[in-house]
Design a protein around this ligand. Structure first.
Ligand SMILES: [Cu+2]
Length: 491
């Protein structure tokens, strides 16, 4: 018996510990209770108002109950036998309760309706009274950024129509500007949720939904250290720049997945919040807040990379080249006699000086691994589903432009580094069950995306099982590593 009580007690204690540990100060990656923007703050305030009202009601009703139980308890045996005088209704109490409930509902309804109005529309830039009330500047609204967000099983497409660029899974945005989110879906219903910046909103096929948010730089910079003392972080540490890879470096330096996880202020964790299939739980994303200047630089880099009119020219024997010009030409040493690579002119190059390394006029733009990876990207049919340095959202997989600047892989699920990428490319199914790279339309055992499986890469003739296996493994590894080099050098 005592044994049973003991085990129940320990169960209860561990449950309480588990629940309380959720309240620790560190690592609120996806907490709506840690608002870092105006819309989220408004929703948090309404939530807290209703929490306090509920606590008040709980105490009032519970207090009355306790008082009545104590005050009218039977004090002796005789009292216990008596039947109390029977009454029915009390119009004073009833009126009081009706009025009190109405007042409470009104207290809740006014800010709630105001909140609904706020979240449904970015305030008018000419409505000075509202802007003043919300403590916003006119140019924060006038410079608003629109992002068309498309949910797909199981990743996100972010299209910036004002700039003509498309990216995936990491929403880069300027910290001082309002961000208009237009939500769509290409398959089932998803839900876009960046808890620290705004509440959830569904992304539905055949229907557009709207929401907006604006981050608060002051809140991003205000941090507390491990002893709970508040301090102010400088902008470069809290919001490292994305366009030159500083954000990625900083996130990796700080992102140890353990109890002392220390977030980078400008990094926000988002999540699909509507069950959409077997990989739903892994369908997360990231929001990366940037200073205006860093955001502009990122946009510029994306625009250059996705410029539809720009293509590296083939070397032309009839042309002269300026120092620094880049051309594509043959390099038979790379894979076979047909392989090509990018060359950069070391000096002014005269007509007919064909790119090679012996002439002294040309140098490699990229490493051999990069160039081999690039051709593997084509050979393995990756381009079937991935756009790289191209815009347009009609693609089955995430856009991989400047992929090496991203902090995460597989829709925010893993960190975007070499070991994770190798794992992903060798067997994405084991990393993210049900993902549509491994299980996509037209993908079977013979498809390039699964061809890193040994048996389809290499066959020795005559068959020699042991040797075959060894060779398969090395080839498999080399191939994957070169592809990864190619992907990570997209930056
Ligand atoms: Cu989803």
């Amino acid at each position: 018996m005592t044994h049973k009580i003991q085990s129940r007690l320990s169960l209860l204690l561990s449950l309480a510990f588990f629940l309380l540990s959720g309240c620790s100060r560190i690592d609120h990656k996806q907490s709506a209770l840690d608002p870092k923007g105006l819309v989220a703050q408004n929703q948090y305030d309404i939530f807290m108002l209703s929490v306090w009202i509920t606590i008040f009601l709980f105490c009032a009703v519970g207090g009355c109950l306790l008082y009545v139980l104590w005050r009218y308890r039977a004090k002796n045996e005789q009292e216990a036998m008596e039947v109390p005088s029977q009454t029915h209704g009390n119009s004073k109490i009833e009126m009081f309760l009706i009025i009190a409930s109405t007042v409470i509902l009104v207290i809740l309804a006014v800010p709630t309706l105001q909140g609904v109005v706020l979240m449904n529309k970015v305030p008018d830039a000419n409505d000075e009274a509202t802007l003043k009330k919300l403590n916003l500047d006119r140019d924060q609204i006038e410079g608003a950024i629109t992002v068309n967000v498309t949910g797909k099983r199981f990743f996100w497409i972010f299209e910036y129509p004002q700039f003509g660029i498309v990216t995936a899974n990491e929403l880069v945005f300027p910290v001082t500007k309002a961000i208009r989110i237009i939500l769509k879906s290409e398959d089932v219903i998803h839900s876009f949720w960046l808890p620290k910046l705004a509440g959830k909103m569904d992304a539905m096929p055949g229907h557009e939904n709207f929401m907006w948010f604006i981050a608060d730089q002051e809140k991003i910079l205000s941090r507390t250290d491990l002893d709970g003392n508040p301090y102010k972080e400088d902008v470069a540490t809290a919001m490292p720049s994305v366009y030159d890879g500083k954000m990625r470096d900083m996130v990796f330096a700080k992102q140890e997945f353990n109890a002392t996880f220390e977030p980078v202020g400008g990094l926000f964790y988002g999540q699909c919040a509507e069950y959409c299939g077997n990989s739903h739980a892994y369908m997360s994303f990231r929001g990366l807040a940037q200073t205006d200047a860093d955001f502009e630089k990122w946009v510029e880099r994306m625009q250059v990379a996705q410029n539809p009119n720009f293509k590296i020219p083939k070397w032309d024997a009839e042309k002269e080249y300026e120092k620094g010009s880049i051309v594509i030409s043959k390099d038979p040493t790379l894979i076979d006699e047909n392989s090509t690579r990018e060359y950069r002119a070391l000096t002014k190059v005269s007509k007919g000086d064909e790119p090679s390394f012996s002439s002294g006029s040309w140098e490699k733009v990229h490493s051999n691994d990069y160039e081999i990876g690039k051709s593997l990207f084509g050979l393995s049919q990756c381009g079937q589903c991935h756009a790289l340095n191209r815009t347009g959202i009609g693609s089955k997989g995430p856009n991989l432009t400047l992929f090496g600047l991203r902090t995460s892989l597989a829709a925010g699920w893993m960190r975007n580094d070499r070991p994770s990428l190798v794992e992903w490319l060798q067997n994405s199914e084991s990393v993210k069950m049900g993902n549509l790279m491994w299980n996509g339309e037209g993908v079977d055992e013979t498809h390039g995306v699964r061809s890193f499986k040994p048996q389809t890469i290499y066959k020795t003739d005559p068959p020699n099982k042991k040797k075959e296996k060894e060779e398969q493994n090395t080839i498999k590894e080399i191939k994957v590593n070169q592809l990864v080099t190619y992907l990570l050098e997209q930056r």
